[in-house]
Design a protein around this ligand. Sequence first.
Ligand code: RFL
Ligand code: PHB
Length: 389
Amino acid sequence: MKTQVVVIGGGPSGLLLSQLLHRQGIESMVLERKTRDYVLGRIRAGVLETGTVDLMRQAGVSQRMDKECMLHDGIVISHADEQFSIDLKELTGSHVVVYGQTELTRDLYDAREAANGQLMFNVEHVQIHNADSESPRVSYVQDGKTYQIDCDFVAGCDGFHGVSRQAIPLSVRNEYEKVYPFGWLGILSETPPVNPELIYASSPRGFALCSMRNANLSRYYIQCSLSDSPDDWTDTAFWEELKRRIPTEAAEALVTGPSIEKSIAPLRSFVTEPMRWGRLFLCGDAAHIVPPTGAKGLNTAAGDIHYLFEGLTQYYATGDTQGIDCYSQKALARVWKAVRFSWSLTSMLHTFPDQSEFDHKMQAAEVAFMKSNRHAQAMLAENYVGLPY
Ligand code: RFL
Ligand code: PHB
């Protein structure tokens, strides 16, 4: 088989790239290890930057999103008894959009399928060959049969546990990592959101987040121990713990109900450099992970796709490799800023196991400064709505 771009991974990064390329007449094949239903069953991101929304528009897949998404002009930060809003709109002139990753991915699958895009599911043993040559090849196994695809480029969009990053030799690959000593236990429930804006709550018992998907679908998280399993937490125990961590009025207003999904995500910061080796380009979680506190994972993935799409479009239109040559440098410059922001928000709002009284005082002083200082609020707001591409 032959195509122009092989995309490894049918998550949001891979599908978005494939759909954008299709709109430019550039052919791609997407290889996904799981089934479509499995990918759509993973409950992940909820908050989109306007840059991500614009890319969905550019990909021609924003119709449902434009109709169903919720515009958010602010977020609430609470710490012990202090509570204040960050007015995103007033501080930046911009906003974020609440639209679930599940829905965004569904829209992309629908569009790729409607255009007869080549999507292979349940593929195994994906291998990248000759990525540092002019003619890379990708092989995979499906239903026990081995297939080979000759291509011009390979986009590694296969997430943190994928094979693409491992294809870059250790002699050229540098990895930077910080693992946080806690996770997030998240639940989805068919209840109205407790507050129109997201609440990021820091409390002596740990962090909590009140988020949503729509007017009758709420997403809540609490910081938990890494040794916890979702089965350790009954719904009642979850709701009780959430109420202890969020502002009193919110706890009193909270509508509880059965969870329809419950999962634990570990928190990690991770970056691999470079994000390109020969004709292989890493995008999204395959190249970097951030803790979800800043809502930057999917948005940073979308940034990568923007740069790679620009580079590939330029190459196919003119033969000029300038865009693809500076892909890694451009993407990494934005990635590191998202990594810093996510780390700093995580550090400010979570309880750490070995934290001293001094450390607690530093967190409290940082929140108090932010509450009273417009510049500090503006710094958070600019990062939260998304840095320019
Ligand atoms: P994905 O979504 O992991 O998709 C990779 C795909 O590749 C497939 N795959 C393979 N396919 C073929 N061969 C192989 N060898 C393969 N290995 C893997 C996988 O099956 C999968 O389908 O990566 P992608 O596309 O880069 O997308 C990244 C985002 O999923 C991720 O960054 C976000 O979900 C992070 N995130 C958030 N990001 C935001 O921007 N805003 C948020 O509000 C937000 N909230 C979150 C989040 C992540 C969370 N978790 C669970 C980690 C909240 C949570 C709780
Ligand atoms: C979510 O709704 O899943 C969500 C929102 C904001 C975050 C992380 C996750 O920072």
